[in-house]
Design a protein around this ligand. Structure first.
Ligand SMILES: Nc1ncnc2c1ncn2[C@@H]1O[C@H](COP(=O)(O)OP(=O)(O)O)[C@@H](O)[C@H]1O
Ligand SMILES: [Mg+2]
Length: 279
């Protein structure tokens, strides 16, 4: 495994969870818009098992993106600890791949070249990287667009290229921050299904942030609901719907609407807090 700037905890006991967030708080220096002082996250603890897919939902501004930035090492916690694969996170490292709302493809590179960059960053040689990129793009249904530039692709196609680039990196852990929120409903179903097929096969550890409860239930093994700012964990729901799932059809499965109702109940309570505060 490649671990860049990750500290080795040789004396630490065997780690049962792939991702451990332990008593993490985050203060942004100089922030004034936060509800209570400048606290964005307040004593958040979260364990994610190896191969588990969790989704995080919560009111806007509750700290979901901040939490992902902490796990990715882009940001350091004010207090508490984060471990990935048993090692304390200190700075960005190669064991983690992320995909954010904006796809950030290089406009002067083709789809194939954009994906190959991910494989090169993941440690592959140039030729191998291109082969890997070709396979990944074929898998996600873009075999006919390998030599197209981002400006020649639709939003859904660009999203699939960006997703393939993250895959090409071969991380141990995937972090997704509302990756499909900019897509229209139909494209989202199409891309969401491709995404589910690939991730269900990979069986990698995933944290997926979304504001869409239905999306969270359709994708995840467990849905974690956060409180309004400063973010804490409000509730967790184990989603025992059978796999493989369909991004859209699984919403019609028995049990889905019960999860929807229970999660919405927690969120509604949190949103009331937010709206009440603004009044
Ligand atoms: N770089 C930053 N500097 C100061 N405050 C920030 C910064 N990034 C986010 N915040 C604040 O931290 C809180 C949590 O933000 P964020 O993690 O983006 O929430 P979410 O992703 O749940 O919408 C918000 O109040 C936001 O304004
Ligand atoms: Mg966010």
């Amino acid at each position: 495994m490649r671990h860049g700037n990750v500290t080795d905890l040789a004396e630490a006991p065997a780690e049962p969870s792939k991702i451990v967030v332990q008593g993490v708080s985050l203060r942004y220096a100089g922030a004034t818009s936060l509800a209570r002082s400048n606290l964005a996250l307040d004593d958040v603890s979260l364990h994610v098992a190896d191969g588990e897919f969790i989704a995080i939902v919560g009111p806007s501004g509750c700290g979901k993106s901040s939490l992902l930035r902490l796990v990715s090492g882009l940001l350091a916690a004010s207090s508490g600890q984060i471990r990935v694969g048993g090692k304390t996170v200190q700075g960005v490292h190669h064991s983690i791949g992320f995909l954010f709302q904006s796809d950030a493809l290089l406009p002067w590179k083709t789809a194939l070249e954009n994906v190959a960059i991910g494989a090169v960053l993941g440690g592959r040689g140039q030729d191998e990287a291109r082969d890997r990129a070709r396979v990944l793009l074929q898998e996600i249904g873009l075999g006919g667009a390998l030599d197209k530039y981002p400006s020649e692709l639709s939003g859904g196609m660009r999203k699939r290229v960006a997703l393939s680039r993250t895959m090409a990196y071969e991380p141990d852990v995937f972090l997704f921050d509302e990756p499909f929120s900019a897509l229209d409903a139909q494209t989202r179903i199409h891309v969401g299904n491709r995404f589910l097929r690939i991730l269900e096969n990979l069986k990698q550890t995933v944290i997926f942030v979304t504001h869409d409860i239905d999306e969270a239930i359709a994708l995840a093994d467990r849905v974690v609901v956060m409180t309004a700012a400063p973010g804490r964990i409000a509730a967790e729901f184990r989603i025992d719907l059978p796999r493989p799932r369909d991004y859209y059809q699984s919403r019609l499965a028995p049990g889905f609407s019960e999860f929807q109702g229970q999660i919405w109940e927690v969120l509604r309570h949190e949103m009331q807090g937010v709206l009440g505060h603004e009044r």
